[in-house]
Structure formats: structure tokens, C-alpha cells
Design a protein around this ligand. Structure first.
Ligand code: FES
Length: 121
């Protein structure tokens, strides 16, 4: 966690293998944020409109993901993935995080990952 600077983005798979997810450190406190200044957050990288990957357009210094490369939805990462603009009607699913001994762990999802009936199967 101490190695993560504001603006850094780390990609991983959660809640299932193959489920693209990104973790980033914002310059401001965030809903569900952990770590220094409560600025570390993680989200599914699949846009809730039609599932295009938004992780390539994360601007942590502005606290946004997007615009999505397909239809330009933008999400507010400090406000739980809230849709700022664009055709998506559902917020970006947020990964619940916890910190133990300086490491960040994913403990669950808030929201349904695009294309899945649930987040467990
Ligand atoms: Fe992202 Fe359409 S898939 S806006």
C-alpha cells in the first residue's frame, strides 16, 4: 500500500478469474476508500453500459474513470463509481477493500459486474 502513489493504477482479477478490475489511489478521500487519506479504491473495469473496458481511461488525479472508449460514459471514482455523464444508467461496481498489516485486500463487490447474473458464478 505504501508503494502506491496518487495516480498509480494496478489491474487485477476479481471477484472471479477473468473479471477485470482496477485499483487506484485518488488525490481525495473517496466513498469506500481505504489507506492514506481514504483515497485507495477499486472498481470493475467493465463499463455498465455495454461492457467495454474503462481501465485504460482512469484519471486518478481527477477521480474519474472514462470516458469509456465505446460511448463515452464517465464515472466518479470518489463517489462510488457514480455515473457522471453518458448512456450508462448504473454506477461502476466498486470492490470493497480492507487493509491489514499495510496490505490491501478485496473483500466483496458493491454492484453487479456487467454481463453477470451474480458475482459468485
Ligand atoms: Fe461504455 Fe457504452 S460501453 S459507454
Amino acid at each position: 500500500m505504501d508503494e502506491l502513489s496518487v495516480g498509480d493504477t494496478v489491474e487485477f482479477e476479481y471477484p472471479l478469474d477473468g473479471s477485470g478490475t482496477f485499483l487506484t489511489r485518488l488525490s481525495e478521500a473517496a466513498n469506500g476508500g481505504v489507506g492514506p487519506g481514504d483515497g485507495i479504491v477499486a472498481f470493475s473495469n467493465l463499463c455498465t453500459h455495454m461492457g467495454c473496458a474503462v481501465s485504460g481511461n482512469v484519471e486518478s488525479d481527477r477521480g474519474v474513470a472514462g470516458p469509456c472508449p465505446c460511448h463515452y460514459t464517465t464515472f466518479d471514482l470518489a463517489k462510488g463509481g457514480l455515473v457522471i455523464m453518458g448512456p450508462a444508467t448504473t454506477d461502476l461496481p466498486q470492490v470493497r477493500l480492507d487493509v491489514e498489516d499495510g496490505d490491501v485486500f478485496a473483500t466483496g463487490m458493491a454492484g453487479l459486474v456487467h454481463g453477470r447474473r451474480n458475482n459468485l458464478a
